[in-house]
Design a protein around this ligand. Sequence first.
Ligand SMILES: [Zn+2]
Length: 211
Amino acid sequence: MQSTPSAVALTFKYDDIKPEGEPFSADFPLDVAREALEGYVGESGYWVEEPIRASGTLYRTSSGEVIMDARLKGRVRFLCVSCGASRHLPIETREDFVIVPEGHAAARVEEDLTLEGDVELDPDVYTFTPPDLNVTAILRESLILEAPLHPRCDAVGEVCVRYAGLSDEAPGFAPGGVDPRFAPFLAMRDALAQKASPPPARSKGAGGDES
Ligand SMILES: [Zn+2]
């Protein structure tokens, strides 16, 4: 019993998968999602703070392959790599996968093709070892492909706060919109901006010197 409930949620008995389809719905294991995405962008990153839902249907074909129509739905937080704003990336995937038991004819064909070397294999054919089919690793791949390597505000239809700030008196660094770790840099940036623009019309000697 070393399996956690989340790990078994996406494991199915091959023998139970029916031609007419077997619907499933479960939280994608949080630890796997975190391992897959967090620290994946280096300095910035993704934070998986809420469960991502995995759902879909598994079918078994008459020749024994498993077809999975699977969706992931949820969201992950990221820091824009341009401006540091905290944003949410929606996760919404829907994909079909072909999964064949090891030793199955389709898997053997693939092995033979691999030996021949020059053949482009369909990357969407996965294999598993009966009796259990755990689709976590397959969906993990989907999840990674959904997350841009350099996530920016425009990926979620937002404008970088850096640019928004240029046009406003009070820059668009909305409270809560920026990761607190960026606060010192933003303060420094503001200080530099003030230095760079010369003080307005306080010409030499005027005023202060005489008093
Ligand atoms: Zn941004």
